[in-house]
Design a protein around this ligand. Structure first.
Ligand SMILES: C[S@@+](CC[C@H](N)C(=O)[O-])C[C@H]1O[C@@H](n2cnc3c(N)ncnc32)[C@H](O)[C@@H]1O
Length: 207
């Protein structure tokens, strides 16, 4: 094994151990015992257009596997904002990705972190969300999507993965559009992708 692949292996192990320890302390808040796999991270990041002038919002970056996939698409780090609740993950994110805008706090308090959307929107081209939504009551999940969409331009989307069978956030009587984005079997555990858009936004369909 070369010195650089040994360093890569040790770095990954260190991420995995921190992730596992954090999951042991807060299983519901973390939602998985291993970080998001590369295949799932790439599928999530595929929604990002690096040439779009608007920045990207990532929710729940954890130890940064989706962040890495987003930046590998060519997005400038300064055009990525990430909101992470866990202080240990936030600290690691600031060290590993010093040039992104990292907010340590809850994605359920967007107004507090990002300001009033009616004065500033649209702030982002899209949002990439890894929140373990199934561990929240359904009313909170719905209001999370409704609030988050206010910060994204009308034809932009939220991509959310989930380990459940159904969409983690139901349709809510059609106040936003919901589309199934496919399976990612090469992940532990296998995941499904879900896309949320404002009603009537480009590329939306009910499915
Ligand atoms: C499934 S993990 C994401 C894993 C990440 N993609 C990785 O590979 O490390 C969910 C993440 O959401 C974060 N999280 C949970 N509740 C949150 C909240 N209310 N606001 C922001 N982040 C939150 C957790 O701390 C965790 O980092």
């Amino acid at each position: 094994m070369s010195a650089s692949s040994k360093r890569g292996f040790i770095a990954r192990l260190d991420h995995d151990l921190q992730f596992f320890r954090t999951w042991l302390s807060h299983p519901r808040r973390i939602g998985a015992f291993v970080p998001t796999g590369t295949a799932l991270a790439r599928r999530m990041a595929a929604i990002v257009d690096p040439d779009d002038p608007l920045p990207v919002l990532e929710i729940g970056p954890g130890t940064g596997s989706i962040t890495r996939a987003i930046l590998q698409r060519g997005l400038e780090p300064a055009r990525l904002t990430a909101i992470e609740f866990d202080p240990g993950f936030a600290e690691r994110m600031s060290r590993d990705f010093p040039d992104i805008r990292l907010i340590q706090g809850s994605a359920f308090d967007l107004h507090q972190h990002l300001g009033d959307p009616s004065e500033t929107a649209p702030l982002f081209q899209c949002a990439v969300s890894a929140l373990p939504l199934l561990n929240h009551p359904v009313t909170e999940r719905i209001s999370y999507i409704v609030e988050l969409l206010k910060y994204i331009r009308p034809d932009g989307a939220i991509i959310q993965f989930s380990y459940g069978h159904r969409a983690p956030v139901p349709r809510n009587g059609g106040s936003y559009e919901l589309k199934f984005g496919g399976h990612v079997l090469r992940n532990v555990p296998p995941a499904k992708l879900w896309i949320y858009r404002q009603k009537g936004g480009k590329g939306s369909e009910t499915g």
